[in-house]
Design a protein around this ligand. Structure first.
Ligand SMILES: *[C@@H]1O[C@H](CO)[C@@H](O)[C@H](O)[C@H]1NC(C)=O
Ligand SMILES: *[C@@H]1O[C@H](CO)[C@@H](O)[C@H](O)[C@H]1NC(C)=O
Ligand SMILES: *[C@@H]1O[C@H](CO)[C@@H](O)[C@H](O)[C@H]1NC(C)=O
Ligand SMILES: *[C@@H]1O[C@H](CO)[C@@H](O)[C@H](O)[C@H]1NC(C)=O
Ligand SMILES: *[C@@H]1O[C@H](CO)[C@@H](O)[C@H](O)[C@H]1NC(C)=O
Ligand SMILES: *[C@@H]1O[C@H](CO)[C@@H](O)[C@H](O)[C@H]1NC(C)=O
Length: 567
């Protein structure tokens, strides 16, 4: 059943450009392990002209958070519209339909509403975590499409000091890798072919397009590394394991240690740092991998424009979680720090976040950072044939909001924008409820951001929530990511307008219950004075009042943090 109110609202905003019957398409972009290290998020040394151009035509969420900082739990959460405590997915090999409930996923909901739903690349976490078929039986119109080269992910194709190996720093010459291509390039080509195949008057589509990079290994065409001379890479300002950090909060980054170029350093476990010179190389390669994905996204958006879909396609862009690049001696994700939980999130709605009348080919011109850059104020910018991306930035064209939003909000948001039923809020025990959400539609927020000339502070959620499990109150090999049966402690964390507050409490994986009276450790960071989370204030007795209030707010949870007024 269509949500009549929502679709007529969309039609009013697109007045004169769509008929009442037209249903928008959805391009649902997901990137793996990409923290908001993007020019449009204020990182001026990054070369990300295509994502920036998407942002210029969208609302950009400055404070967006995932619900758990690792792949499958985060993806399962935003694809079911529920939080990890409800999906019960905290690890990488458990399938929510088997463990929790027969939930209607976001693509499944669209499929039920007459959309062609297509999976290209990584949307669900593949393998057992998605029933062995990317949940295709339920979520997708036909089997998921993955590039044939995805299986060469860890092959010894990466140049290191001692030859080719499975290094984490892995710029490659495409002529020298298997099939002379990479899986994300193949996904781009499949998505473009899909758009070419569709005609604009066909059944509406929901295209889930998931890129594998910048996830390690940082394997990408070597020319992208040239965008980032090593001399321009800034070292981390807080590279040490902080002495005040409770051991339960530490993730010993086994994932990074598993690569050949890191293994041969013989780093003592768990605290010895990656040498500073290599830290810079890792940061350089991560930036290169981001520009590589920016290039892929630019090609797909250009095709969307070229084949005439831009004016009737909602585009969402989402990182599954954040990333740590040596800060607090942390690498990758699997922690509750802001760097691990904060994500890039951008929502483009034709007619609402951009003019519906933009001529074909002009909303998403392709910026090729590899062939056309120029240097302005000592920074390299990318140009299309007609303009350079920095000119937009100077005009202050980004529509941003500081409102606290969560990845779990996307389900209701995309549903409302596309005019399909918006799921109701889940009851406290929703395992047997197939269609409901623990997120909130962002549509009223998007409308308010677009209506205000300046980026005024809009009152929205009072907190964003995340969590991360641990197997023990000490650092051990599986501290990064315990299997469900090994979980003994859950770290619940909350980001408010001013603070991050975290409690690590006892957890029982048999009954799926936590014990908020059994607290192992607490963390408190004041983001007004300490955005990098370098000072844990949890033991500061002068802050007892603040701590008591935040502890209560954490226990009250997401239901009490919902926006008070939804216009
Ligand atoms: C979108 O663009 C196509 C091709 O340029 C055009 O035929 C169609 O009328 C446009 N639709 C809207 C909603 O503007
Ligand atoms: C799960 O729900 C789908 C409909 O959404 C239904 O077809 C299927 O039979 C259900 N499976 C189970 C095991 O209940
Ligand atoms: C495009 O259409 C061709 C011809 O029908 C088909 O073989 C191909 O699989 C389609 N590609 C995609 C990505 O849908
Ligand atoms: C690491 O240990 C191996 C084996 O003990 C040794 O051959 C190698 O030289 C060591 N590497 C470094 C960087 O210390
Ligand atoms: C779900 O289970 C609860 C009891 O746990 C029951 O009260 C409720 O009616 C059930 N709802 C559905 C839709 O089956
Ligand atoms: C929760 O933890 C407290 C403190 O350790 C303990 O006294 C209590 O029995 C625990 N509750 C349950 C239900 O295990």
């Amino acid at each position: 059943m269509r949500n009549v109110a929502a679709s007529s609202w969309l039609c009013i905003l697109l007045m004169g450009h769509v008929t009442a019957a037209a249903q928008p398409n959805v391009l649902f972009l997901v990137v793996d392990d990409m923290r908001p290290k993007l020019n449009s998020y204020g990182e001026t040394n990054m070369v990300t002209p295509n994502i920036d151009n998407l942002a210029i035509n969208s609302v950009l969420f400055q404070r967006a958070y995932c619900q758990q900082a690792v792949c499958s739990p985060s993806r399962t959460s935003f694809l079911t519209g529920r939080r990890p405590d409800t999906t019960r997915i905290f690890d990488l090999h458990t399938y929510f339909r088997r463990l929790a409930g027969n939930f209607t996923t976001l693509p499944q909901h669209f499929k039920n509403n007459g959309f062609l739903t297509v999976n290209v690349g990584k949307i669900f976490h593949p393998g057992q975590a998605a029933g062995g078929d990317d949940d295709a039986k339920y979520s997708w119109s036909y089997p998921a499409i993955h590039g044939s080269t995805a299986k060469f992910r860890r092959d010894k194709e990466c140049k290191g000091a001692d030859g080719l190996d499975d290094n984490v720093v892995c710029p490659v010459n495409l002529e020298q890798v298997a099939e002379k291509t990479l899986p994300d390039i193949q996904s781009t080509e499949t998505a473009i072919e899909f758009l070419q195949n569709r005609s604009i008057d066909q059944q509406p589509f929901f295209l889930g397009l998931g890129y594998l990079k910048p996830h390690a290994p940082f394997k990408f065409p070597e020319e992208f590394l040239k965008l980032y001379p090593l001399s321009r890479i800034n070292p981390v300002t807080n590279p040490d394991y902080p002495s005040w950090l409770p051991h339960v909060a530490y993730s010993p980054w086994q994932e990074l240690r598993s690569y050949h170029d890191i293994k041969i350093m013989n780093l003592s476990w768990p605290f010895e740092r990656v040498p500073d010179t290599y830290q810079l190389k890792l940061r350089q390669a991560y930036s290169g991998a981001i520009s590589y994905i920016d290039h892929q996204i630019g090609r797909v958006l250009q095709a969307l424009d070229y084949y005439g879909f831009t004016n009737n396609t909602i585009v969402t862009f989402l990182g599954d979680h954040g990333y740590e690049l040596g800060e607090h001696n942390h690498w990758t994700k699997k922690s509750n720090f802001d760097l691990a939980t904060r994500i890039p999130m951008i929502v483009h709605v034709p007619g609402i976040t951009s003019k519906p009348s933009t001529p074909r080919g002009q909303t998403f011109p392709f910026y090729n950072a590899l062939t056309s850059t120029k240097t302005i104020n000592n920074v390299r910018w990318s140009c299309s044939s007609t303009m350079c991306i920095d000119e937009h930035a100077k005009r202050g064209s980004y529509r941003t909001t500081d409102a606290l939003v969560e990845a779990v909000d996307l389900y209701a948001t995309v549903s409302e924008l596309a005019g399909v039923d918006v799921p109701p809020t889940c009851p406290p025990n929703s395992l047997n409820v197939s269609f409901c959400t623990e997120g909130t539609s962002l549509v009223p927020l998007i409308r308010r951001v677009m209506a205000s000339r300046n980026t005024e502070k809009v009152s929205w959620k009072s907190a964003a929530f995340s969590q991360f499990p641990r197997p023990a109150n000490r650092i051990q090999l599986n501290s990064d990511l315990p299997s469900l049966a090994d979980i003994r402690i859950m770290g619940y964390t909350m980001k408010t307008a001013t603070h991050r507050y975290t409690e690590w409490v006892a957890y029982d994986p048999v009954t799926f219950t936590h014990n908020m009276s059994h607290v192992y450790a607490r963390e408190l960071y004041d983001h007004r004075s300490d955005p990098d989370e370098n000072v844990n204030l949890a033991d500061d007795i002068s802050l007892t009042g603040v701590l008591t209030q935040l502890a209560q707010q954490l226990r009250d949870g997401w239901r009490k943090a919902l926006p008070k007024t939804v216009v």
